[in-house]
Design a binder for this molecule. Structure first.
Ligand SMILES: [Mn+2]
Length: 400
C-alpha cells in the first residue's frame, strides 16, 4: 500500500498581495500525475487546506476543482483542518464528499472514535487517527485569572493527554493494525518560517515528539512549512507546504512524502521533490545596484520570479524617493515581479522625529514607532514604559 503525505496548501494565499493560485494549480497537476504514476492508495492532507477561515469564491473553486479530479483516481482521500481553516467551512460539504470517498475532519470530534478511519488496499490494512488542529477548548479547561505561564503548561499537558488517549484508543480497538497519526501542531525541535500563524499563544506551547510514545508507525504532521523529519527513527515528519508561502522559505526544497507499507511494516519512505515553479528572491543595495540586478535578471522559470527589494540610500531627498517610486512602477522585466519594496535612508531629514520625516511612507514606520509617536503627542502620561512593554506584548502575540 502506498500513502502520500502533504499539508499546508493554503489555497487563497497571497504573498504581499500577489496571488499564488497559479503556483498551486501547477502543484495540483503535478500531484495528480504523481498519484497516478506511483499508484498511491491513500492521500493524507494534514491541515491548512485554505489560507483563510472564510475562503474567497475563487479559493473554493480551486479546492472543488482539485477534489473533482481526485474522484476519478482510485485513491482514498483524507483531509483534516488546520489552524487557518474554519472547521465549519471544511465540514459543510462533508456528507457530499463522503459519497466520493473523500473524508473530511474539519475539527476535533466529541468522541475520539469518530476520528479513527480504517482503509484497506492491496491486502494491507491501515488505521488513521485523523487529528485536526486542536483548539484550546478541545484540550483544556480555562481558569479565570490564570497566568500566562500556567496557561502554556496546561496546553502542553492537555496535548499530551489528548494524544495519549488517541494511542490508548488505538491499542484497545485496532492493535497490530498499521497505525498513522495525523496532526496539525507545533512539535518542538522543528524549524519555523515567517508564514506559520502562531498557534496556541506562540510556539512556546510546542510539545516534544516523545508525546507520541513511539506507538504510531508514522506521524503525518502539518503546520510547519519547512519540510523536516522530527524523528527519523519514529517516522515523525512534517512534509511542509508544497509551495513557498513567504520569503523566508525561498531556499526550501518543497516535497511530498510517499510511504510504502508492506506486510504491516514501513518498507520505504520516499521524499519526493516538487518541481520549483518560480524563484523567490531578495535584492538589496543602493538604487543603481538594485536596478541593475533587476534589469539583468534572466532566469527562466514556469512562473515569473517574485522579488523583494531593499534599497539603501545615503541622504534623504524627494528626488531619490521619486526615482525609487518611478523605478518600481516602470519595472518591465517580464521574468520577475516586484512584490515587496523598501526604501531606507542613512541620513534622514531632521526636524520631526526620525521615523516621521517629511515624505515618509507610512509603510516604513513600524507599529512600535507609531505607538511611541502617539504617546509623545498624548500629554500627561506617566507610565509610558509600561504601556510600551504592553504594546510590544500585544504585537508579539499577534505575530506582527
Ligand atoms: Mn500552515
Amino acid at each position: 500500500m502506498k500513502i502520500l503525505h502533504t499539508s499546508d496548501w493554503h489555497i487563497g494565499k497571497q504573498l504581499h498581495k500577489y496571488d499564488l493560485a497559479e503556483d498551486l494549480n501547477l502543484f495540483f497537476d503535478w500531484l495528480i500525475s504523481c498519484i497516478k504514476t506511483n499508484e498511491i492508495d491513500v492521500l493524507l492532507v494534514s491541515g491548512d487546506v485554505f489560507d483563510q477561515a472564510n475562503p474567497s469564491q475563487a479559493a473554493f473553486k480551486q479546492y472543488y476543482n482539485v477534489l473533482r479530479q481526485f474522484v476519478s483516481l482510485d485513491c482514498k482521500i483524507i483531509i483534516t483542518g488546520g489552524n487557518h481553516d474554519s472547521a465549519a467551512v471544511l465540514n459543510a460539504p462533508k456528507e457530499l464528499l463522503n459519497a466520493f470517498d473523500i473524508t473530511v475532519i474539519g475539527g476535533a470530534t466529541e468522541d475520539i472514535a469518530d476520528m479513527f478511519i480504517t482503509v484497506q488496499a492491496k491486502e494491507e490494512k491501515l488505521v488513521v487517527a485523523t487529528i485536526p488542529f486542536l483548539k484550546d477548548r478541545d484540550i483544556r479547561k480555562s481558569v479565570a485569572g490564570e497566568t500566562y505561564a500556567t496557561k502554556i503548561e496546561q496546553i502542553k499537558a492537555g496535548l499530551q493527554t489528548y494524544f495519549s488517549n488517541i494511542n490508548s484508543y488505538y491499542q484497545l480497538h485496532h492493535t497490530d493494525v498499521f497505525f498513522i497519526v495525523m496532526g496539525h501542531l507545533f512539535v518542538q525541535g522543528s524549524t519555523v518560517s515567517e508564514s506559520e500563524r502562531d498557534i496556541q499563544i506562540g510556539n512556546q506551547a510546542g510539545v516534544s515528539a516523545a508525546m507520541f510514545q513511539g506507538i504510531p508507525n508514522y506521524v503525518a504532521l502539518g503546520h510547519i512549512h519547512k519540510p523536516q523529519a522530527i524523528s527519523v527513527e519514529e517516522h515523525i515528519y512534517y512534509c511542509g507546504s508544497p509551495i513557498s508561502l513567504s520569503f523566508s522559505e525561498k531556499k526550501d526544497q518543497k516535497q511530498v512524502n510517499i510511504l510504502t507499507v508492506k506486510n504491516n511494516k514501513i518498507e520505504n519512505i520516499e521524499i519526493l521533490a516538487i518541481p520549483k515553479q518560480r524563484n523567490l528572491l531578495a535584492f538589496e543595495g543602493n538604487l543603481d545596484e538594485v536596478q541593475s540586478k533587476i534589469v539583468s535578471y534572466t532566469e527562466e522559470t514556469p512562473l515569473p520570479s517574485l522579488v523583494e527589494i531593499i534599497v539603501n540610500e545615503e541622504t534623504e531627498s524627494l528626488e531619490r524617493r521619486q526615482a525609487f517610486e518611478a523605478f518600481i512602477s516602470n519595472q518591465s522585466n517580464s521574468k520577475l515581479q516586484i512584490v515587496k519594496s523598501r526604501l531606507n535612508f542613512k541620513n534622514k531629514i531632521r526636524g520631526a522625529s526620525d521615523a516621521f520625516a517629511v515624505g515618509t511612507d507610512v509603510a516604513d514606520v513600524t507599529p512600535i514607532q507609531m505607538f511611541e509617536k502617539k504617546l509623545e503627542l498624548q500629554s500627561g502620561l506617566e507610565n509610558t514604559d509600561e504601556l510600551k512593554a504592553a504594546f510590544r506584548d500585544i504585537l508579539q502575540e499577534l505575530n506582527l
